[in-house]
Design a binder for this molecule. Structure first.
Ligand SMILES: C[C@H](O)[C@H](O)[C@H]1CNC2=NC(N)=NC(=O)C2=N1
Length: 96
Protein backbone atom coordinates (compact mmCIF):
# COMPACT_ATOMS: atom_id res chain seq x y z
CA UNK A 1 0.00 0.00 0.00
CA UNK A 2 1.46 3.34 -1.03
CA UNK A 3 1.84 5.87 1.74
CA UNK A 4 2.46 9.54 1.06
CA UNK A 5 5.99 10.76 1.63
CA UNK A 6 6.44 13.99 3.61
CA UNK A 7 7.59 17.07 1.72
CA UNK A 8 10.92 18.54 2.85
CA UNK A 9 9.02 21.34 4.60
CA UNK A 10 6.75 18.89 6.42
CA UNK A 11 9.78 16.82 7.41
CA UNK A 12 11.66 19.84 8.75
CA UNK A 13 8.62 21.06 10.70
CA UNK A 14 8.20 17.62 12.28
CA UNK A 15 11.89 17.37 13.16
CA UNK A 16 11.81 20.76 14.86
CA UNK A 17 9.33 19.22 17.33
CA UNK A 18 11.44 16.08 17.81
CA UNK A 19 14.81 17.30 19.17
CA UNK A 20 15.92 13.80 20.07
CA UNK A 21 15.76 12.66 16.43
CA UNK A 22 18.30 13.28 13.70
CA UNK A 23 17.79 13.13 9.97
CA UNK A 24 19.90 10.40 8.37
CA UNK A 25 22.49 11.65 5.87
CA UNK A 26 20.41 10.46 2.91
CA UNK A 27 17.32 12.31 4.20
CA UNK A 28 15.15 9.20 4.03
CA UNK A 29 15.03 8.26 7.72
CA UNK A 30 15.25 9.63 11.26
CA UNK A 31 17.44 8.14 13.96
CA UNK A 32 17.71 8.32 17.74
CA UNK A 33 19.90 6.66 20.35
CA UNK A 34 18.17 5.91 23.66
CA UNK A 35 19.89 4.96 26.92
CA UNK A 36 18.19 3.05 29.70
CA UNK A 37 19.25 1.98 33.18
CA UNK A 38 19.85 -1.62 32.25
CA UNK A 39 18.86 -4.31 29.75
CA UNK A 40 15.57 -4.98 31.49
CA UNK A 41 14.45 -1.35 30.99
CA UNK A 42 15.71 -1.30 27.41
CA UNK A 43 13.90 -4.48 26.50
CA UNK A 44 10.75 -3.32 28.31
CA UNK A 45 10.83 -0.22 26.11
CA UNK A 46 11.30 -2.35 23.00
CA UNK A 47 8.36 -4.52 24.00
CA UNK A 48 6.09 -1.48 24.26
CA UNK A 49 7.27 -0.21 20.88
CA UNK A 50 6.75 -3.68 19.40
CA UNK A 51 3.12 -3.69 20.54
CA UNK A 52 2.61 -0.23 19.00
CA UNK A 53 4.33 -1.39 15.79
CA UNK A 54 2.13 -4.43 15.51
CA UNK A 55 -1.07 -2.39 15.98
CA UNK A 56 0.07 0.38 13.61
CA UNK A 57 1.55 -2.03 11.03
CA UNK A 58 4.61 0.18 11.07
CA UNK A 59 7.91 -1.29 12.22
CA UNK A 60 11.17 0.21 13.46
CA UNK A 61 14.66 -0.76 12.42
CA UNK A 62 16.64 -1.01 15.62
CA UNK A 63 19.77 -2.20 17.34
CA UNK A 64 20.18 -3.06 20.99
CA UNK A 65 23.23 -3.65 23.15
CA UNK A 66 22.51 -4.00 26.86
CA UNK A 67 20.97 -0.66 27.91
CA UNK A 68 21.30 1.19 24.58
CA UNK A 69 18.71 1.10 21.81
CA UNK A 70 19.34 2.78 18.45
CA UNK A 71 16.19 3.30 16.41
CA UNK A 72 15.82 4.17 12.74
CA UNK A 73 12.40 5.13 11.39
CA UNK A 74 11.54 5.16 7.72
CA UNK A 75 8.57 4.12 5.60
CA UNK A 76 9.57 1.54 3.05
CA UNK A 77 6.26 1.91 1.23
CA UNK A 78 6.95 5.65 0.77
CA UNK A 79 10.69 5.41 0.03
CA UNK A 80 11.30 7.92 2.78
CA UNK A 81 9.63 9.58 5.74
CA UNK A 82 5.88 9.59 6.27
CA UNK A 83 3.48 10.71 8.97
CA UNK A 84 3.76 7.17 10.37
CA UNK A 85 7.39 7.76 11.28
CA UNK A 86 6.53 11.03 12.99
CA UNK A 87 3.73 9.34 14.95
CA UNK A 88 6.04 6.53 16.03
CA UNK A 89 8.79 8.96 17.05
CA UNK A 90 6.26 10.87 19.16
CA UNK A 91 5.11 7.62 20.78
CA UNK A 92 8.71 6.61 21.51
CA UNK A 93 9.44 10.01 23.08
CA UNK A 94 6.35 9.66 25.25
CA UNK A 95 7.53 6.38 26.81
CA UNK A 96 11.36 6.57 26.70
C1 LIG B 1 2.44 -5.35 4.18
C2 LIG B 1 2.69 -4.41 5.33
O1 LIG B 1 1.52 -3.73 5.67
C3 LIG B 1 3.75 -3.40 4.99
O2 LIG B 1 4.91 -4.06 4.51
C4 LIG B 1 4.10 -2.47 6.12
C5 LIG B 1 4.66 -3.19 7.33
N1 LIG B 1 5.49 -2.33 8.16
C6 LIG B 1 6.15 -1.28 7.66
N2 LIG B 1 7.03 -0.62 8.38
C7 LIG B 1 7.74 0.38 7.89
N3 LIG B 1 8.63 1.01 8.66
N4 LIG B 1 7.54 0.79 6.63
C8 LIG B 1 6.66 0.20 5.82
O3 LIG B 1 6.53 0.61 4.67
C9 LIG B 1 5.91 -0.87 6.33
N5 LIG B 1 4.99 -1.49 5.59
Amino acid sequence: MAIVRLTDAQRDAALAELPRWNLRADGLAIEAELKFGDFNEAFGFMTRVAIYADKADHHPEWFNVYSTVRVTLTTHDADGLSERDVAMARFIDSIA
